[in-house]
Design a protein around this ligand. Structure first.
Ligand code: ADP
Ligand code: ZN
Length: 520
């Protein structure tokens, strides 16, 4: 009975009493020799889904993973449990890989970890063809997606497995699961026959908070000091420079922080990562180069000082918090500059139009999450096609933002942009709205405009929030070629004519959270 065998491996080898979620069904399905696509959030227990079938079926289970740096640890952990595991990758010397090949031939290995580039070498493929293979597990399968930042070209070539080993079950696993990535995995890995196992993507212990950015670093410091003094956390920044600066800033302000980005040499990166895994009061400030496969259960917060490029990225990065199930925070500071900067990076990239279009769409979904006046979690899960109800554990649930009909404010803004002939940037447009008699206003005689001073009722900061939301709603764009001038889009017209009303998120004054004071 395969079921009994699987349960006995779970209990006797891994020491767990029962399967969690879909694990049992997936294990059964693979033992029976079928293909599967497994979508499970980080920390839910993907590994057992292929480890146990590999041990129950005859032959060696081949695990394809891009995380070369972690293979040694994974194999060590399995060996400690008495599982016969090994890995093949480029860090090994010839002697070592020779001896592993011998063990494979004599059938004394149940699980073999291999990097995709190594697997695809003709030598490795013919080695595998001479063996009895129990299954192929393709871990981090979203690496096959060209749209994600984890794209690995070799992953696309993994379709060769289906051609060379048509009878061997294959399972692809990932924690990234928007519909497009899912479809791409199925298509590129030729998993049309695979059954999909989709777990809930909710991470109820994570509290989502997105604050309006005014001084990001100071807000971050407040957040850490008030909510997470002495905790392990990750702070994501867009650029290497900002990673370094933020680490310095935190250290100067009494928070232990280390930098991590691809520009550091390998030894420093490895040392910083090792310290982060070992110590419990360290903050890693990092680019997105840091994180995939980092299995540290007690990361208490993940903070973003810059806007992620997509909701998948945000979900994946914030998902590194609270893997132990205890309360954790996903905190982000977000502002107008983020929208402008990210749109600009896409616009100015070398990519073709189709690629740019996809990137813009993904970014807009991310901006939508920042601007939503509904529950963040509902919005986030909805992006992954999962329905849910208001969570009570995100900033919009805990402190519902004031949503107001913003049509009038937007009309004032849009018509001012029109009257300054779409040639001026945000600061000046706001000056005109607020009736500020600046030098530039004088110079261009903008005090004569009919919209001069029609926006005195709200502050400059509030106007910035209105501009940001106008850009987020694609009513305005920024002309990067001409001093970041604000330009009207096609979508501005119906708002100006009063044919479309738009709700705006009102500027948030500092509030207290239940736990302690929070910086927004
Ligand atoms: P993922 O790869 O999905 O991020 P892992 O496979 O690393 O997750 O598992 C996350 C944690 O959950 C590990 O510490 C693992 O030992 C534990 N775990 C997995 N399955 C079970 C189970 N059935 N019962 C208890 N703990 C489990
Ligand atoms: Zn909520």
């Amino acid at each position: 009975m395969p079921q009994e065998k699987a349960l006995s491996v779970l209990q006797n080898t891994f020491g767990y009493t029962q399967f969690r979620g879909h694990q049992g069904d997936i294990v059964q399905h693979l033992i029976e020799g079928h293909d599967a696509l497994v979508l499970m959030p980080t920390g839910a227990g993907k590994s057992l889904c292929y480890q146990i079938p590999a041990m129950v079926r005859s032959g060696v289970g081949v695990v394809i993973s891009p995380l070369i740096a972690l293979m040694q640890d994974q194999v060590d952990a399995l060996t400690e449990l008495g599982v016969r595991a090994a890995f093949l990758n480029s860090t090994q010397d010839y002697e070592t890989s020779r001896s592993i090949e011998q063990d494979l031939h004599s059938g004394t290995i149940d699980l073999l970890y291999v990097a995709p580039e190594r697997l695809l070498m003709p030598r490795t493929l013919s080695l595998l063809q001479s063996l009895d293979i129990s299954l192929f597990a393709i871990d981090e399968a979203h690496c096959v997606s060209q749209w994600g930042h984890d794209f690995r070209p070799e992953y696309i070539k993994l379709s060769v497995l289906h051609q060379l080993f048509p009878r061997t079950p294959r399972v692809a696993l990932t924690a990234t699961a928007d519909a497009q990535t899912r479809a791409e995995i199925t298509l590129r890995l030729q998993l049309e026959e695979a059954r999909e196992f989709v777990s809930s993507f909710d991470r109820p212990n994570i509290r989502y908070t997105i604050v309006e950015k005014n001084n990001g670093r100071a807000q971050l410091l407040n957040f850490i000091k008030n909510e997470h003094a002495g905790s392990a956390g990750i702070v994501y920044c867009l650029s290497r420079k900002k990673v370094e600066e933020t680490a310095d800033f935190l250290n100067k302000n009494g928070i232990n922080a280390l930098p991590y980005h691809a520009g550091l040499d390998i030894e420093t990166r490895a040392a910083n990562q090792a310290r982060f895994l070992r110590e419990d009061n360290l903050v890693m400030t990092a680019t997105i180069a840091f994180g995939m496969g980092i299995d540290k259960p007690n990361v208490r917060f993940v903070a973003h000082l810059d806007l992620p490029k997509s909701v998948e990225g945000y979900y994946q990065e914030t998902g590194r918090a609270g893997r132990d199930g205890a309360p954790a925070d996903a905190w982000m500071a977000y502002g107008l500059q983020d929208v402008v900067q990210q749109r600009r990076m896409i616009a100015e990239s070398e990519a073709n139009d189709e690629f740019k279009h996809t990137q813009f769409t993904k970014l807009d979904a991310m901006i939508g999450l920042c601007e939503t006046i509904d529950c963040r979690r509902v919005h986030l899960l909805n992006y992954f096609d999962q329905a849910s109800s208001a969570c009570g554990n995100c900033d919009t649930c805990l402190h519902p933002p004031k949503a107001m009909d913003g049509t009038q404010l937007l009309q004032k803004l849009l018509s001012t942009v029109y009257r300054v002939k779409q040639r001026f940037a945000t600061g000046h447009v706001i000056d005109v709205l607020r009736g500020i008699d600046s030098e530039r206003v004088q110079q261009f005689r903008h005090d004569n405009l009919s919209t001069f001073g029609i926006g005195k009722e709200i502050s400059e900061a509030e106007w910035r929030a209105v501009v940001r939301q106008a850009i987020a709603h694609n009513l305005l764009t920024v002309d990067f070629e001409h001093y970041n001038a604000l330009l009207l889009t096609e979508l501005a017209r119906p708002v100006l004519k009063g044919e479309r009303t738009i709700k705006l998120r009102l500027y948030q004054k500092p509030l207290k959270t239940k736990r302690s004071s929070s910086p927004y």
